[in-house]
Design a protein around this ligand. Structure first.
Ligand code: SAM
Length: 173
């Protein structure tokens, strides 16, 4: 499994970005997201998307981050933290892919606790410039899955988009 651990979410400030971390993770092939902190609105909106657009993406809030990392490792998974200070994604992604299919990807909002850097298997950067958790996550997932996530089928969907040159075509299933 590939899951996201979202740290530092502040309900009053990060609502939109955290929602987009979840939507991006789901669209680009991840299996679920653990959210540190409580935000029933985000949990509801992601579950609503899964209900309508299919797939089995899960979201869980009120997660304790240290416990989440430890449990993930105890079960044999590896943990990567997205940070502009880490090793370049191109240098480490092949090794990550070969080690296991169980990857926990940590993304921050505000400053990430210093302990995180030492607890993880990889600190990974997507360029060494400051940008966003949404863009860095998207690029890591695309590199990890080597573009194959674009062909993912979302089972049990109630609606689906039929790509078209102009306009919008949505099919009710
Ligand atoms: N100032 C914060 C710090 O020093 O930890 C970072 C805030 S940044 C807006 C939010 C998140 O985006 C970071 O925690 C990291 O996960 C991700 N991020 C931003 N730039 C990145 C980069 N160049 N490579 C990888 N991840 C990045």
């Amino acid at each position: 499994k590939v899951c996201i651990l979202r740290l530092g979410h502040r309900p009053e400030r990060d609502h939109r970005v955290t929602t987009h971390v979840g939507l991006t993770a789901r669209a680009l092939g991840a299996d679920g997201m653990y959210l540190v902190g409580e935000d029933p609105v985000i949990v509801g909106s992601i579950r609503d998307v899964v209900e309508r657009w299919g797939g089995e993406f899960f979201i869980e809030d009120k997660v304790k981050w240290k416990q989440c990392i430890r449990q993930w490792k105890e079960r044999g998974g590896i943990v990567a933290h997205l940070t502009m200070y880490g090793l370049e994604v191109g240098e480490v992604v092949a090794e990550m892919r070969e080690r296991t299919e169980d990857l926990l990807i940590i993304v921050g909002a505000e400053k990430v606790p210093g302990d995180v850097y030492g607890m993880v298997d990889y600190n990974v950067s997507v360029t060494n410039q400051p940008h966003s958790e949404i863009s860095s996550l998207a690029i890591l997932l695309d590199r990890l899955f080597m573009g194959q996530e674009m062909d993912k089928k979302f089972e049990g969907a109630k609606i689906r988009v039929e790509p078209c040159e102009a306009g919008k075509r949505v099919i009710e299933l």
